[in-house]
Ligand binder design. Structure first.
Ligand SMILES: [Zn+2]
Length: 177
């Protein structure tokens, strides 16, 4: 009998099975402990959230204060949307002025807008006009239809700018693009 018991205890099978069994039991204990601690952590969070919601709901606040806050938000929104509102004439950025088509952009400096990037286009084919230096004069020509504006002075940008500003002031900027 002793021999049988001794042989069982000394066999590799016994050690293999008992170590595996021990491992399974230890894993189960640790998993259980981990599960319990996670659940209690979640429970604490839920209790805290519930307590906070109760606190907010029971907070004694007068209805007129809520009304005043909402009204203030509405008024502020109206004021800011009025300040940030862009004028309608900013869409006016193309026109036939004197003999050419002109396109331009606006840039805001502080509260004022200024016209910039004024570019002349050919009135025949709407192609960007280029300048070419002749012996004395500077000639504007169209690279598409090769029309030359020989003898014509290159139109002064300041003059065109004045015409644009006049149209904006008189609200005569019908040709929007
Ligand atoms: Zn042309």
């Amino acid at each position: 009998m002793k021999k049988i018991v001794k042989s069982i205890f000394s066999s590799k099978w016994f050690y293999g099975i008992s170590i595996t069994f021990l491992g399974v039991i230890l894993t189960a204990i640790f998993s259980y402990n981990l599960l319990i601690s996670v659940l209690s952590y979640l429970k604490n969070i839920l209790i805290n959230i519930f307590g906070f919601v109760l606190l907010v709901l029971n907070f004694g606040i007068k209805v007129w204060i809520i009304f005043l806050v909402l009204m203030s938000f509405c008024i502020l929104f109206e004021i800011f949307s009025f300040i940030w509102q862009k004028p309608d004439w900013l869409k006016y950025n193309k026109d036939i002025l004197k003999k050419w088509i002109w396109r331009w952009n606006y840039i805001k400096f502080g509260k004022k807008y200024e016209i910039l990037d004024m570019v002349p286009y050919c009135p025949e084919c709407d192609c960007n006009l280029l300048n070419r230096k002749d012996f004395i004069d500077v000639i504007a020509y169209c690279p598409k239809c090769l029309t030359e504006y020989e003898g014509d002075e290159i139109e002064n940008e300041k003059e065109i700018e004045s015409l644009i500003l006049r149209k904006i002031n008189k609200e005569e900027y019908g040709d929007k693009s």
